[in-house]
Design a protein around this ligand. Sequence first.
Ligand SMILES: *Cc1c(COP(=O)(O)O)cnc(C)c1O
Length: 378
Amino acid sequence: MTVQPRRGDAPFDAARLANAATAALQAYDPGHDLPALRRRFGATIAELGSNENPLGPSPHALEAMRVALADTFRYPDPRGAALKAALALHLGVDAARIALGNGSHELLMMLAQCFADPAHSVVFSQYGFAVFPIATAAAGAQPIRVPALPRSHAQAPLGHDLEALAAAVRADTRLVYLANPNNPTGTWFDDAALERFLARVPADVLVVVDEAYHEYVDAPGVTTALRHADRHPNLIVARTFSKAYALAGLRIGYLVAHASVVAVLERLRESFNVNSLALVAAEAALADRAHLERARAFNASERAWLAEALAARGYESLPSQTNFLLIDLGRDADSLERHLFERGVIVRPMGGYGLSQCLRISVGNRADNERLLGALDG
Ligand SMILES: *Cc1c(COP(=O)(O)O)cnc(C)c1O
């Protein structure tokens, strides 16, 4: 082979060599450098930007990891069999219908990679979870972004318009991504609305319902999309241990789907995608119902307290069934975000979602929430 000189002596730049789907992507913007801020401010920063559970993981999960540490020279179980068996029992489904991921983020990406290509379209809501458009673009598929419900909507302002989402499905649509409740809006839809949606969507369109905040939900009429799974084999339900189970740093999530969907995902799955500490911690966390109940109860009461304290200061938040509140300032939120940042309070700006008037604030522990309120006051 003859080595051709590079055209015009342009400096080497691999960006020109990226495939079409990757060329259209941008790297994840990690926001503030939290490790650097922690070094600078120590314990004095209030981290309310990433929807982490301030109560921390189950002590049983910590103990299970301590025991498993000595075995980390071995590869993890590539099947994740013990955790899948525990989840199967917990959810009342066959273990062959469960896939485990390095966070549910990985599973959401794999679904598009396995099932969509440039000839297909993928449907999701405006203000839907940020991973949906990224997964679509990474697969080179065509995004169909459906306008959200209006800000004035009583139950789900800026939430998913399921009627419009169903109407947007085309003959070439392979996937629909829904989040219930949704991040960053905090909004939700009930079982009956999902049932009507599923009845309208053709059987060979995969409907993904991302239930990352499922454990926090207590709104009437909302249980889980899993209740529709028997009648709708095209339904996929994704969950995570990052939020209510407080294991975000371990990166572990799962999905429940028809066994044939799981079998396709298995072709792409990296053999050891879930690490051995995550496997044992998730199993122990799942078994600790009392710890989960404490997290749920704390979040419900603290979220209500925080929403009220924010409203008393003129910051109205959208209704939420999650562990965060979206506040809408009605003006650009940039200066408030900076004001909070300078006082050691980290919240999430929403410009990337096209919601530059909003800030997303995670429900922290009481000390961090008070710190937020103090920073708003001064
Ligand atoms: C946090 C979150 C996830 C979970 O991400 P992991 O990769 O499991 O940490 C998934 N979907 C939504 C809507 C989320 O907010």
